[in-house]
Design a protein around this ligand. Structure first.
Ligand code: BMA
Length: 940
């Protein structure tokens, strides 16, 4: 059974047929598109990213670790050879990697992102695979007393053997597994074997035997698993691999995170957690907690004492604290690894500490804590960690009863509303951002540079928070390190993405707890992480989508057991892990929720996912009537630009209802385009052709989402966050993202940058009134000036006023409410508009344009946009101007991959707008840019 929440408008909406376009460009492979990518991207030979590409990671190399990444091979498991004889021989494999990308690397399958590949590739998830590595032990490591094999991530059901002997079985892709192999390794020719079982078929017998199934999210349309016996919610594996409403179904398998050999002779620093005891202007009092594993030989030789030396280095590289302490010989056995270990606490102090702030609120000061274990004067173990000092609180205050309410008894009876907002270093921070989904179906082929590009785009759009959504995976260390450096706060979901999970099953919960402990311990030093959240939409699915009620009807006892299991896992167990290991970061049981309050998705309390617009087909203006405490999800779809569509569809296939296009539109199995047309038709025009459809979908998305963002910001402090769904894409296709799979900005991303600007103007046109607000995330108030003009489309000013305003620090202020009828003064609303500008003594800070009619009703004249070029070597300036108003001008550079300082804007009559354009990639001349660049706008 699946959820039916976002269905709304019927699919009976007739799709328009578009004239088939002439085939101009053959389908490019994902590979060649990547090659044509921005010059910053290194060239790659295939869709597959070579491991060498990932070398940009700045992570320090630990001398006790050796990566086991070269020399792996793969093949299909012998029992599955029938029908796949071509796969029975060993071939070179990429580790870390995925089976799909290995098959693609050897041209054994078609590109999973191109055309209609999906149905044909489902068999990959239904067979077993084998990986093997032969390796010698480095001479330097042979003599080490302790040797461990560590897999940081195996996806998912694996049996691991070393030299013929079974080492372990795994069943959780989010866990790291470590085995002691001190007595199992040979000097030469070790054989490490990993057999990966089909995730679907491993689970299926168990699910089929259940009298009542648990509702999952997206059933497979391909028959690889029964629609009423979904396996995904029982498996600790990225949920989106099983298909989502923005991505394909590829139930992949693989050794997807690093494999290491860890060896040492004396000691190893396993964990370091730095607790903040007290933080004020003059002093930071910290306590470093070490867990140090010791080799038995170390204990035997009590003659040479071990010391731990710690050094704190400030953001400028100066050592500001040092401390040494003898290592106690009080050791215990670590139950999870069976290692001898010693726990040690050491107080640290930093005078005049510099704090870490989210972007826009201060600097991202990062200290470094270096620790070494010494035996005499010899360093035997070391560990470095960065440290950001900051406090995080969740504002959960109850609303005070409304004073103006005449009927006191009514007021007292009403349950008070309850805030949800982040307070960092005692400053209430309005969260501006978006939801992040996985970067790829096969995440390991994404390089650190590609991750950085997406994070940088978030930062460039004035965002300060991203939510790592629960249907994917926990990101790698590099990602969080970059978020720390950029000041992007991270709302981290645990990996539960919708669909009921068997929380009642003790073994399942134990498995999750170990995963959670590992992940929280791995990530707790990152100041960017400001929230751990139990899951995505599981509570609301149970309470609001009918899942709980249906199960209650079918089997009340089982329903009771399932809900109890939910409360145990998300209400207690995960909360406890975060309390123990999260270093003070708050826990929230589900998004949306009020942390297990009666109602899960409440506009008065907690965080909100609002999908009446899009899912419920309500008009975008409804965003102005929804004012929650924290908007953690809302979204509108748009298609990516033409060059991205070219990757998977030929020009002939590029029509709204073509099967290839529908295959890349996952909302309601291809019906999402009807929903898009519904919104485009409501406010804009009928798309003239497929290109126009792409353009209008982006314009619609940008204007709709920024309407909501601005409303949320204007509603501060009642509303303290605006996080749209979704920032990025996992493959090239239609989705709610503002950046496409290749990193290209959609219209929304340009407009979100303005809507999220530190200080801006908001003009809400609703019910015949235009209400103007000034909102600001700046720490102090400023004297500003507001000017507004009523104009016609030829630029004639019909009325003008100036108002001094004092902006409100960290808040929103209503400046004026204007009556639209008075503003218009009987003039035609179809050719009159309002321009508002906010400036300080010197510069224009923000501007807003208000129309009194939907774009489709405006009497736009056929504008003649003048382009004037100035070439400056490294960049060019393009000056755009027009005598009359140009609505939603888009500069289309398509496959050229140029960076533009702005795009998708209204060009006011007689305005001169200068756009800065980055230098084209090697091999493309400015002359070509000039010829290929096209303008598109609503007037045409
Ligand atoms: C949100 C998410 C996803 C989904 C998106 C669009 O609520 O949590 O599950 O992809 O909506 O429907």
């Amino acid at each position: 059974m699946t959820s039916c929440r976002r269905i709304g408008l019927s699919s009976s909406h007739t799709l328009i047929k578009l004239t088939l376009l002439v085939l101009l460009v053959p389908i490019m492979s994902i590979a060649s598109i990547f090659q044509a990518q921005a010059h910053a991207e290194p060239a790659r030979s295939k869709a597959i990213t070579q491991s060498s590409m990932k070398s940009q990671s700045t992570k320090q190399v630990d001398p006790q670790e050796q990566q086991l990444h070269t020399g792996w091979q793969f093949r299909i498991a012998p029992e599955f050879v029938q029908g796949h004889t071509d796969l029975q021989n060993w071939r070179t494999a990429q580790v870390p990697g995925h089976i799909h990308t290995d098959l693609l690397q050897h041209n054994l399958i078609q590109d999973p992102y191109v055309g209609m590949a999906e149905a044909d590739l489902q068999w990959i998830g239904k067979v077993d695979w084998e990986y093997q590595l032969r390796f010698d032990l480095d001479a330097s490591r042979q003599k080490h007393a302790k040797k461990f094999l560590q897999f940081d991530g195996i996806d998912t059901f694996a049996e691991v053997r070393l030299n013929g002997e079974k080492l372990m079985a795994t069943d959780n892709a989010f866990r790291s597994y470590q085995v002691d192999v001190s007595h199992k390794l040979k000097a030469r020719d070790n054989l490490l074997e990993v057999r990966l079982a089909s995730p679907i078929d491993t689970m299926l017998p168990r699910i089929l035997a259940m009298p009542h199934k648990l509702a999952g999210n997206y059933p497979s349309p391909y028959g690889d698993e029964p629609k009423d016996a979904m396996t995904a919610n029982f498996v600790r594996k990225p949920g989106y691999h099983y298909g989502w409403d923005w991505g394909p179904r590829y139930v992949t398998a693989g050794i997807w995170r690093p494999v290491k050999l860890i060896t040492y002779d004396v000691a190893r620093i396993e964990h370091l957690a730095i607790k903040q005891k007290n933080l004020n202007q003059t002093l930071a009092e910290l306590e470093a907690e070490f867990e140090i594993a010791l080799a038995p030989t170390t204990l035997a030789s009590r003659d040479q004492a071990l010391t731990l030396e710690v050094q704190v280095i400030d953001p400028d590289g100066r050592t500001v604290f040092t401390q040494a302490q003898a290592l106690s010989k009080d050791v215990s056995i670590n139950p999870s690894s069976n290692n001898l270990h010693s726990k040690l606490k050491m107080p640290l102090q930093i005078q005049k500490p510099r704090r870490w702030y989210p972007r826009g609120y201060g600097q991202q000061a990062l200290y470094k804590v270096k620790s070494v274990v010494k035996q005499g004067t010899v360093t035997v173990a070391e560990k470095s960690q960065s440290l950001g000092l900051r406090t995080v609180e969740l504002d959960r205050r109850l609303d005070e009863p409304a004073k103006a309410d005449a009927d006191l008894s009514q007021t007292l009876m009403k349950k008070p509303g309850q805030a949800f907002g982040f307070v960092i270093n005692s400053v209430p921070v309005f969260a501006k951002g978006a939801n992040l989904i996985p970067f790829d179906m096969f995440p390991n082929r994404i390089s650190v540079d590609q991750q950085r590009k997406i994070l940088q785009a978030a930062r460039d759009a004035n965002m300060n928070m991203l939510r790592i959504w629960g249907g994917g995976y926990y990101e790698n260390d590099d990602f969080y390190r970059m978020a720390d450096e950029m000041g992007i706060m991270i709302w981290q979901d645990f990996m539960f993405g919708g669909g009921v999970v068997p929380g009642y099953d003790d073994a399942f919960r134990q498995n999750v707890m170990e995963e959670a402990r590992q992940q929280v311990q791995r990530l707790n030093q990152h100041p960017s992480i400001v929230l751990w959240c139990g899951n995505n939409e599981e509570e609301t699915a149970w309470k609001d989508w009918g899942i709980g009620k249906e199960m209650q009807k079918a089997n009340p006892d089982f329903a009771h057991k399932v809900w109890r299991g939910y409360q145990q896992l998300f209400g207690k167990d995960l909360r406890q892990v975060v309390q123990e290991h999260g270093l003070g970061v708050p826990y929230w049981s589900s998004s949306p929720s009020n942390d297990l309050d009666d109602k899960a998705n409440d506009s008065e309390r907690g965080d909100k996912h609002y999908w009446e617009v899009w899912g419920g087909s309500k008009p975008v203006e409804e965003y102005l009537r929804e004012t929650p405490r924290f908007m953690s999800e809302f979204g509108l779809q748009a298609w990516p630009q033409r060059s991205t569509v070219d990757v998977f569809a030929s020009r002939e296939q590029q029509a709204i209802d073509h099967p290839v296009i529908r295959q890349h539109q996952k909302f309601m199995a291809g019906e999402g385009n009807a929903r898009l047309l519904h919104y485009i038709r409501a406010n804009y025009r009928e798309p003239r052709d497929f290109d126009d459809f792409l353009y209008l979908s982006q314009v619609m998305q940008a204007e709709g989402i920024t309407l909501a963002i601005k409303h949320h910001r204007a509603s501060m402090p009642r509303t303290m966050g605006s996080m749209y769904w979704q920032l990025n894409d996992a493959w090239p296709g239609a989705s709610w993202s503002s950046i496409d799979y290749f990193g290209n900005w959609k219209a929304l991303h340009y407009q979100a940058r303005k809507a999220f600007a530190p200080t801006t103007l908001v003009a809400e046109n609703l019910d015949g009134k235009t209400t103007v607000f000034v909102v600001s995330d700046e720490a102090s108030s400023r004297a500003l000036q507001l000017r507004w003009r009523v104009m016609d489309f030829d630029g004639k000013v019909l009325g003008e006023e100036y108002h001094p305003v004092q902006s409100f620090a960290l808040g929103s202020m209503k400046v004026v409410e204007l009556d639209n009828r008075k503003l218009l003064d009987k003039r035609d609303p179809r050719q009159t508009f309002l321009v508002l500008e906010l400036s300080d003594a010197k510069t224009l800070i923000a501007s807003e344009v208000v129309y009194f009619e939907a774009a489709k009703n405006l009497k736009l004249t056929n504008a003649d946009v003048k382009m004037r070029w100035r070439f400056k070597g490294e960049y060019a300036e393009l000056q755009l101007s027009s005598a009359t108003l140009v609505r939603m001008l888009s500069i289309e550079t398509d496959a050229l991959k140029l960076r533009l300082s702005d795009n998708y804007f209204d060009l006011l009559p007689q305005q001169n707008k200068v756009i800065r354009i980055s230098k084209p990639p090697a091999g493309v001349s400015w002359e070509q840019v000039r010829k290929q660049l096209k303008l598109r706008y609503m007037n045409q």
